[in-house]
Design a binder for this molecule. Structure first.
Ligand SMILES: CC(C)=CCC/C(C)=C(\C)COP(=O)(O)OP(=O)(O)O
Ligand SMILES: [Mg+2]
Length: 433
């Protein structure tokens, strides 16, 4: 695929996407007021020197002169200038292709009573149809992802609606396809290597490591390089990882690609811990389960929100501890949403599929219902902690790319809930109410 055509850089979000993740900025404004009331002064300065207050925030344009302020350190100026090396020309904000904003229609399915979440408008049906068409073509014609008898399940996943709902600020369908191919590939690895399409804990480490080299290429002796290259076509998960990553690397900057590789390594580590417990039929303590779920986690999906949005969060701003905490909390909240909506599906699956309610019931001696309701409370705590941490960071670091990234992560969290609630093909609620 040629790299997406990039219209000229824009300095502010187009109206069509202006609603996404807005509650994060609302929360940030409230936090700023609270902080000012509590301290009588400006919001706390983070460990980085406070970046310059910008009245008309604009993305640092690669190669543009550094932002000259007394407050910004040289390091921060370098970060705010944004990447200006070779190949950074594509790292600019893209004007979103205008499509009509759909009226907010009630989602299918029933939201979990007592769950703290933000409803979203029904994803743009025009984009959903186009993404669904393109992803099926990719799955069948480019990577031979699945046999004919898996087609109903593939369609039932509704990945087009999922990704359009999670990336409302994606400027083009080409950008949405970056996330959609990765989502399909990540689920193919989970289904085929770990779960119900031939998965097993036995030999999982080898399979995951070899699949990971489709994301993080092997550089070895000339004699052995062809054997490795051929292996990337050996099965559907590796074909899917290789192709999805190839498209992603063409559109992303080097630090965005390396961020994804790191997040995928985290994901694979989480799969291995889950598999080790399945192999030994061990039920971990609750905190141990929550630790595993922070790695076996949707994290690699929200963290590409800048690439899918056509801009870049600078590596140093992504790597700062406050951002890492926001990402971890958001990923944890999204993944416990999966535990809650997939609970009945997993109870019906062979063997014991660990999720938060099952582990709490086993480890704390609660009834299934009480363990489930406690899991809802834990999700809600994680969601509020995520929103508080994101609001704090938005106040401490008023840089457009940071604020847009935080809104993108929040939009992903909201879109993920919408998909789980409304995917009645895949999920149903327990009768606890
Ligand atoms: C798409 C992606 C990065 C997934 C990461 C981990 C993962 C597979 C989930 C969070 C979904 O968990 P689970 O295996 O429980 O999936 P289902 O409940 O079967 O949908
Ligand atoms: Mg699940």
């Amino acid at each position: 695929m040629p790299a997406p055509e990039l219209p000229p850089p824009q300095s502010s979000l187009p109206e069509a996407a202006s609603h996404f993740g807005a509650h994060i900025l609302d929360a940030a404004a409230a936090r700023a007021r609270d902080i000012k009331a509590a301290t009588g002064g400006a919001p706390r300065v983070p460990s980085l020197p406070a970046p310059p207050a910008m009245s008309a925030p604009t993305l640092p344009i690669p190669g543009a002169p550094a932002v000259k302020t007394s407050a910004a350190s040289a390091g921060l100026e370098r970060i705010l200038r944004g990447p200006d090396g070779l190949g950074t020309g594509s790292l600019r904000m893209i004007l979103r292709e205008e499509t009509p904003t759909p009226a907010a229609a009630p989602a299918e399915g029933i939201p979990i009573p007592g769950l703290y979440y933000h409803p979203i408008p029904e994803p743009d049906p025009v984009r959903v149809e186009e993404v669904s068409r393109r992803i099926k073509s990719w799955a069948l014609d480019e990577v031979a992802l699945y046999p004919d008898d898996w087609e109903e399940e593939f369609d039932g996943f509704s990945v087009g609606r999922y990704m359009v709902g999670c990336h409302p600020d994606a400027p083009t369908v080409d950008h949405l396809m970056l996330a959609t191919r990765l989502m399909v590939a990540e689920n193919a690895v989970d289904d085929c290597y770990c779960e119900d399409h031939g998965g097993s804990p036995i030999g999982l480490g080898e399979r995951l490591l070899l699949a990971h080299t489709a994301l993080d290429p092997l550089h070895t002796a000339e004699e052995y390089q062809p054997g490795w290259a051929k292996s990337l076509h050996a099965d559907a998960p590796r074909r899917a990882y290789r192709s999805a990553m190839e498209y992603f690397v063409r559109a992303a900057g080097p630090s965005q690609a390396d961020r994804l590789r790191h997040d995928m390594a985290r994901l694979h580590l989480g799969y291995l811990a889950e598999a080790a417990w399945a192999q030994s039929e061990h039920v971990p303590e609750v905190w141990e389960y929550l630790a595993m779920r922070q790695f076996n986690n949707f994290r690699p999906c929200p963290t590409i929100t800048d690439t899918v949005g056509g801009y870049e969060l600078p590596a140093d701003l992504h790597a700062q501890a406050a951002m890492q905490k926001v990402i971890a909390l958001a990923g944890n909240a999204t993944t416990i949403v999966n535990d809650l909506y997939s609970y009945t599906k997993e109870l019906d699956a062979p063997g014991r599929h660990l999720n938060l309610p099952v582990v709490i019931s086993e480890r704390e001696g609660l009834t299934d219902r009480d363990a489930y309701l406690k899991s809802v409370d834990i999700h809600n705590e994680l969601m509020r902690d995520f929103e508080t941490a994101a609001a704090d960071l938005a106040v401490a670091c008023p840089v457009l790319s940071v604020q847009r990234f935080l809104r993108g992560v929040a939009a992903w969290v909201d879109g993920n809930h919408h998909w789980h609630q409304s995917n009645t093909y895949r999920y149903s609620l327990p009768d606890f109410w």
